[in-house]
Write a protein that binds this ligand. Sequence first.
Ligand SMILES: [Zn+2]
Length: 375
Amino acid sequence: MSADTAGSSYHLSYYHFTPDGKKNVPKVYLQAGLHADEQPGTLILHYLLEMLAKDDKLGRLDAEFFVFPMVNPIGMAQIHNHHHSGRYDFSTGINFNRNWPELASCIMDEDNEIASDFTQDINSNKNKVISALTKWISNQKPITALEKLRLEIIKIAMHCDVVLDLHCDIHALNHIYIAPQLMPEYQDLADWMGSHATLTAENSGGGSFDEVWSRLWIDIQRLCPDKPIPKPVLSATLEYRGLVDVDELLNRKDAENLRGFFISRGFINTKTKTIPPPSPQALPFNATQIIKSHVSGLVCYSVQLGQMVTEGELVATILLLDGPDAYRSRVPIYAGTRGLVFSMMLQKYTWKGETIAKIAGLKALPERTGVLLEA
Ligand SMILES: [Zn+2]
């Protein structure tokens, strides 16, 4: 894929496993590194690839697997003054995991008759949606490398029954973002992953990659309530701890657990002795408090990851670095809800508007409307 500037190009590679002699098997799509500076997923997929290759050799695969261990070569090239920055596209400022297209709208814009073409045959309706998507893709005229990259990914993911996007937070516990319509059906995914907080939002307002795939079918069903439409595919963002958690033992175990999930769902035909311990039930994402700093200073935490806090409990103090009380006074930061502290900062210098911590609470918070995700 040619880059946007003279003399450069990008290379996107992936692994594709197809079970021999088996037709109409489910398709599973896995990617890591969409936010290119979030690396645990790449090591997890490295281990999973080894396992899938072995399962393939032994004829155990009952699903096709598409595996992109490093899905964002544009972000991997973004080095500035010895610092890798992989969340936002350098050239446009676009967050690589935001503003993905709303495919139901894309199809309807392409062919506003499609809804009236649906019949009472669910498979025929599914095929019509896929055909319309294929047509929409063929009519796109991508110019930039980022636009081309997104289309290449969509072309493959659109055919898949499971779409999992591996990310990480800054300093965090395992957690999941998923559509509420998929829970509790996929509680086993949370159990296998060891998710400490499974956070549901149908539309977090940010256009994140995972929402594309479940929302395609949710939106179409909503537009055509009297027609049988396939249920939403399993798509989710899996947040594997924090930035520094690229770890041989942990990530190998993460890969084994993903494989365990695939075995339990019948995508790999073998047995596992492991029974994952139950993870907490899903919670609405609008009940997660994202605590933001209203001053600039140094964050000194009073809590730890995994700690349950009550509303009003001290989470941190921020040492002021300017003004008449600089270096002497601290501003207290209190929890605005009761819940689990699952994400914190690594570097402790903060400024106005920056996220300090996330607390997974039970009750929807009045301020959590509109765009729920961070920028
Ligand atoms: Zn991410």
